[in-house]
Ligand binder design. Structure first.
Ligand code: MN
Length: 337
């Protein structure tokens, strides 16, 4: 008897500890958005589609043993995740943002609800709110098939309009434009088909009258000082990632006594170190120590390549490869200060 109670307690606390993702409430009732989106669409979109993303996300996270990871972590490394995690983490994040920025209240859909800070940034970047509307609508209209149109704050703290397919979004490492989205428009047919059928343009005009500029302004202010911007900037350095990949392949094998990878790939490693040294260093990492370490890294990779081409002994190759590895970690350390 005691054992049964104990196992019930364990199973209950187990499911509580897993901290499943949950479906957020809408801010208003399903029929409150009628001026732009009919009640049935809102209800199906929220209670069926979004609920489905949340349920499948929880299943996919459990299947990939990623319990406890934050939604942002799941998105940031989307290219390393299963398709189910990528699609459903995106689906959950994107729709949560979408519900937050929609309102039927005319007091906040009016451009006057916009805070000065956002208004200035929009005018500086796009010339006017009307131009932003045109750019966003064009991005949404041009998105082939299903996807989203975004207003994004980039790591340079600039505003950019972009779009992405399926449930991808700008936080993901697979995205062309990266940053924090502060406004997203769902252009999946499930978002508009009941009322607008194939007329995506009419839906986009209607959506414009539901955007809550008070909330978007708040999201802009929060995004500007969000540490996530810095994370995105630093990890969005393709030449560094490419170098790291080859170094990992060669160094760890050599440590275990297998010198085949380093003998085969030392030329590739040297080439990657040259590309790395020539690459655009992320702005926040642009310091003399990093620049000089990258130069030393390239030189060391050149020496390693020479040793390999002279068919040097494993012992000497290991010594050279270790110094490449040390400098690489020095760079990494400088990048995380
Ligand atoms: Mn949707």
């Amino acid at each position: 008897m005691k054992l049964t109670i104990l196992s019930i307690i364990i199973s209950i606390s187990g499911s509580v500890l897993a901290q499943d993702f949950t479906l957020p409430e809408l801010r208003f009732s399903y029929d409150a958005y009628e001026q732009g989106i009919d009640a049935q669409t809102m209800e199906i979109h929220h209670s069926k589609h979004h609920r489905g993303y949340v349920r499948k996300l929880n299943n996919a996270v459990a299947a990939s043993k990623l319990e406890g990871k934050s939604l942002v972590d799941l998105l940031m490394y989307a290219s390393y995740r299963s398709t189910a995690v990528r699609n459903n983490a995106g689906g959950h994040y994107n729709h949560t943002l979408f519900w937050e920025i929609l309102t039927p209240s005319t007091s906040t859909t009016a451009p006057e609800a916009m805070k000065n800070q956002l208004e200035r940034a929009i005018n500086k970047t796009f010339g006017s709110l009307e131009n932003l509307r045109k750019e966003l609508s064009a991005a949404a209209a041009k998105r082939f098939g299903s996807g989203w149109a975004w207003l994004v704050v980039t790591p340079n703290k600039e505003l950019v309009v972009s779009s992405s397919p399926n449930q991808d979004n700008p936080i993901m490492d697979v995205s062309d434009v990266r940053g924090i989205p502060i406004l997203g428009i769902d252009v999946w047919e499930h978002a508009y088909y009941l009322r607008y059928q194939n007329k995506r343009g009419d839906y986009l005009s209607a959506i414009w009258s539901l955007l809550d500029w008070g909330v978007v302004s708040q999201k802009y202010a929060v995004a500007l000082s969000d540490p996530l911007l810095l994370r995105i900037e630093r990890e969005n350095w393709p030449q560094m990632n490419a170098f790291h990949k080859v170094l990992a392949q060669t160094f760890h094998a050599a440590e275990k006594g297998d010198f085949k990878p380093v003998r085969e790939l030392s030329g590739g490693l040297y080439a990657k170190s040259i590309l790395l040294q020539d690459s655009d260093i992320p702005k926040s990492l642009l310091k003399p120590e990093v620049v000089s370490a990258l130069t030393r890294l390239e030189k060391k990779c050149g020496s390693l390549q020479k040793l390999v081409s002279k068919n040097a002994k494993n012992k000497n190759i290991m010594k050279s490869l270790s110094s490449v590895h040390d400098i690489f970690h020095e760079v990494q350390g400088l990048c995380h200060d």
